[in-house]
Ligand binder design. Sequence first.
Ligand code: ADP
Ligand code: MG
Length: 245
Amino acid sequence: MRTIEAASLQVEGVELAFGTNKVLRGVDLAVPAGHTACVIGPSGSGKSTLLRAINRLLEPDAGDVKLGGESVLRGDPDVLRRRIGMVFQHFNLFPHKTVLDNITLPLRKIKKLDTDAAQEAAREQLELVGLKEKAAARPGNLSGGQQQRVAIARALAMKPEVMLFDEATSALDPELVKGVLALMADLAQAGMTMVVVTHEMGFAREVADQVAFMDHGVVVESGVPEQVFTDADSPRLRQFLSQVL
Ligand code: ADP
Ligand code: MG
C-alpha cells in the first residue's frame, strides 16, 4: 500500500443530543497517528453518532475533535471531510454510475482534480483493492464485498489522514466478510489512523492497537485488546463480552 500521511485524532468530552435524547454524554477517545482503535458496544450506545460527530455529519453540542492536535470544529466541514474518510455499512455508492465514476466524482467535485488526474488516482486505488478490472462495472453487478472495497477505494483516493469505518462488514454475506477485513487490516498495517466500529471481535483482538467500549453515550473502558478482552474492569463490559464472545 502507498505511503500514508496519517494524523492523530482526539475526541475530548464530546456531547451530542437529538432533542432531549442525550446520545453522546462526554466521549473521550485518543488515537495516535497510525493507530487503529476499535469501538465496540451494544446497539444504541452511540457508536455511529460518534463517528458522525467526528467528521461533522453531525455537529457536537460540546467538547472538541482534534486532528493532528488542532481543533476541527470551527473550520469548513468540507475541508474536514477531505481529511477524514468514512465507510458505511451500506456502501453508499451511486448505483447508476460506474465504479470508476463513483471514485472520480468526489475527486473532481471536492478535490477539484481534472478528469485525467481523477481517473489516474481512481485506477490506482482500484488496483490497490484488487478491483482494477471492475472499473467500468455498475455497483449492482458487484458482490457486496466488492462494493465495499470500492467504497474503501473511494475514501482512500481522497488521501485521508484518518479513516472511520461504521460496521463496514455487517451487511455482507459471511463468506465476503474476510476479504474486506483483510483489506482493513492491510490499511492498519500500512499506518493509517483508523476508528473502526465493529462487531468483529476477532478483528478487534488482532488488528486494534486499542479497543474502546461504549455504553450509553460514553467510553466506559478502553485499553489494549488483551486487557479489554481478558481482564476487563467494568461489569458492563464483562457482561457485553459474555454475550458476544
Ligand atoms: P449505535 O451505532 O451504537 O447503535 P447510534 O449512534 O446509531 O447507536 O444511536 C444512538 C442513539 O441515538 C439511539 O437512541 C438512536 O435512536 C439515536 N439516534 C441516532 N441517530 C438519530 C437521529 N438522526 N435522530 C434522532 N435520534 C437518533
Ligand atoms: Mg451504529
